[in-house]
Design a protein around this ligand. Structure first.
Ligand SMILES: [Zn+2]
Length: 443
């Protein structure tokens, strides 16, 4: 169990319902939880002390949708015929990568991506893994990499029938086994995942939805990320993607629909009615040229929208900035979305997506101590309680993150990992990437 920790002299952005900002205050952490949060100077000390003078203290940011193994493709020259639509992105890039993944890649990418996210201020991610030739044992390997650096994660194996139904069944078994194995784990938990409506049949979708309800865990599915998903559903069943998922019992308060780029008003109504959530991935959507999700409409309907990276650019500040700008561009309205909404998506709303809203996503007494501390002394204009949210979305980047606390433990200190070394993480990650690149002819 962690020792007591005191974070003092910082500006605290609590992210609570009232948007409380404490200009100068302290947080006392006892074990894994926040025991006290207050303005002023503490009249006590603790086993460990972080002096946050000149710094911002914010809730650990939540990555509501990712693929950790995406990190192994960073910088690769793909050596393929350029894809001209999203289906070809999957066929030419991601599916060959999936098939080449090994258990070692699962571990190495989890280690490396978790380290990258932590160093950028993210303390919780929701990951789905897809590796048809490395199914059994993959989630334990991902959990091992995640916990080695002290990150918090919700993990799942992505069920798909794109090769054969047996593959989905094995993925399902791997997921269920993992969910049961980590029920009492402090850092990792499991969920059910379907790849996408267009790669799974009715029976598999219903089986997954029923199991998620039985196990009382979240279920996540890529939903109309590209037009291929929507058109497949319309042709096969006459229903739009969200309509089909609803008919098969997928939508509910523990459902996280990733992307929802091509959803219409009726589908948005359905998501709101079933109190399902959406994981929005604006940078990935731009990278893959799939379109702009109607997020402002979702927010108007009260839908919980978290912010993800979909396996690309793990810096949550970059993703926040993109969420701020892409909806303004798409709508032609410079007031379409503001920094407050974007910051909530990256914190409390992301936590709500996976049922963690009572424990994570804001800095409040009794919540788990997941905290990021950012160096603020180089901010060029006044950093005040009024300007701070604007600065978080307009000024800061992951490189400003100095210290990170997860579950009451300091896991990044002065920009360095504390549980292992940055050199070790890079070595393991590069070795795995070299093997993967050689297997699929990347350079
Ligand atoms: Zn994804």
């Amino acid at each position: 169990m962690s020792e007591d920790l005191l974070i003092k002299n910082g500006m605290i952005v609590t992210g609570d319902k009232r948007g409380t900002v404490i200009s100068k205050g302290f947080i006392r952490v006892s074990g894994a939880r926040i025991a006290e949060i207050s303005e002023g100077n503490p009249n006590f000390t603790a086993d460990k002390v972080i002096d946050a003078t000149g710094c911002l203290v914010i809730p650990g940011l939540v990555t509501a949708h990712t693929h950790l193994y995406g990190i192994l493709l960073r910088g690769a020259s793909l050596n393929i015929s350029p894809p001209t639509d999203f289906a070809q992105v999957l066929q030419r890039v991601w599916w060959p990568v999936d098939e080449a993944l090994t258990l070692q890649d699962a571990y190495a990418s989890a280690l490396s991506a978790s380290a990258d996210m932590l160093r950028n201020g993210s303390t919780l991610f929701a990951d789905t893994y897809s590796g048809p030739n490395s199914i059994e044992g993959s989630l334990q390997e991902i959990a091992r990499g995640t916990k080695e650096v002290g990150m918090r994660g919700v993990l799942a194996f992505e069920m798909t029938e794109r090769n054969n139904p047996e593959e989905a069944h094995r993925g399902f078994q791997e997921g269920v086994k993992f969910i049961q194995s980590c029920k009492k784990d402090d850092l990792v938990s499991g969920m059910v995942s379907l790849h996408a409506s267009f790669t799974v049949g009715d029976k598999t979708v219903e089986e997954a939805a029923n199991e998620a309800k039985k196990l009382d865990v979240p279920i996540t599915v890529h939903t109309s990320e590209g037009l291929v998903d929507l058109y497949h559903n319309l042709e096969a069943t006459g229903e739009r993607t969200v309509e089909r998922l609803d008919r098969l019992g997928v939508l509910g308060p523990k459902t996280v629909l990733a992307h929802c780029v091509h959803v219409n008003d009726h589908e948005i109504e359905l998501i709101a009615k079933r109190r399902a959530s959406v994981a929005h991935n604006p940078m990935s959507n731009m990278l893959n040229a799939v379109g702009v999700a109607p997020v402002t409409k979702m927010l108007e309907k009260g839908i919980t929208v978290g912010l993800g990276n979909d396996g690309w650019i793990y810096d949550p500040f970059e993703n926040m900035r993109c969420a701020l700008t892409v909806h303004r561009l798409a709508s032609g309205n410079p007031s379409a979305i503001g920094p407050e909404e974007v910051f909530r998506m990256a914190t409390i709303e992301g936590a709500h997506c996976y049922g963690f809203g009572n424990d994570l996503g804001s800095l409040e007494k009794r919540k788990l101590a997941d905290i990021a501390i950012l160096e603020g002394s180089r901010v060029p204009t006044p950093l005040t309680s009024e300007s701070v949210i604007g600065h978080l979305v307009n000024t800061f980047s992951g490189r400003d993150v100095r210290d990170v606390v997860v579950n009451g433990d300091i896991v990044v200190q002065n920009r360095l990992l504390t549980k292992t070394t940055d050199t070790h993480v890079s070595k393991v990650s590069r070795e795995s990437a070299m093997g993967l690149w050689s297997r699929i002819n990347l350079k």
